[in-house]
Design a protein around this ligand. Structure first.
Ligand code: PNS
Length: 162
């Protein structure tokens, strides 16, 4: 059984992430989405909120499991018994960081390989940070995220302002 992990912050999940999730889920028997619970970053959404959001927008895909994880990605891969890490590449600017990440992970565990999906051209400019920035200034975010996610972002921004 081929099991892959798609790790990330997903703060919040964008249409670009969703596109990769749908494509990767077709290639592997099980796709585990690993939501990084990074103590050093201050995310907009808690890890639990991000997991719930991802569950909501991936309901139509049956071979998906979603968990939050702390610590090293490679340890999470071992814990999950996954042989593959899935990452998206939007543009050449992503390449250097992604290469470093995948090569480091391979040194730590040569049994785990990273597979890259080139992002759909429609979403090649898109990032969670851009979505948050637009939402912070009350901009329109419906083209970038699922409508349910857009609603949650607007609600969170409102809470943060009050
Ligand atoms: O969506 P992101 O923020 O680009 O995802 C980055 C992620 C989660 C893949 C990366 O930060 C990660 O793997 N963090 C866990 C800690 C770790 O294993 N670091 C890599 C050692 S090179």
């Amino acid at each position: 059984m081929k099991k892959a992990i798609y790790p990330g912050s997903f703060d919040p999940v964008t249409n670009g992430h969703l596109d990769i999730i749908e494509r990767a889920a077709r290639l592997f028997d099980v796709l585990v989405i690993g939501v990084l619970n990074n103590q050093s970053k201050t995310p907009l959404f808690t890890a639990n909120e991000r997991v719930t959001m991802l569950q909501e927008v991936t309901k139509h895909i049956s071979n998906i499991e979603i968990y939050a994880f702390d610590g090293l990605l490679i340890d999470f891969c071992r814990e999950q018994n996954a042989q593959v890490i899935v990452r998206g590449l939007r543009a050449v600017t992503d390449f250097e960081y992604e290469l470093q990440l995948s090569q480091t992970n391979r040194v730590v565990d040569p049994d785990v390989d990273t597979v890259f999906f080139t992002t759909n051209l429609k979403y090649s400019y898109l990032s969670s940070s851009i979505v948050k920035e637009i939402a912070m200034y009350n901009g329109e975010i419906d083209a970038f995220v699922d409508p349910k996610v857009a609603q949650l972002i607007r609600q969170k921004m409102k809470e943060n302002r009050s």
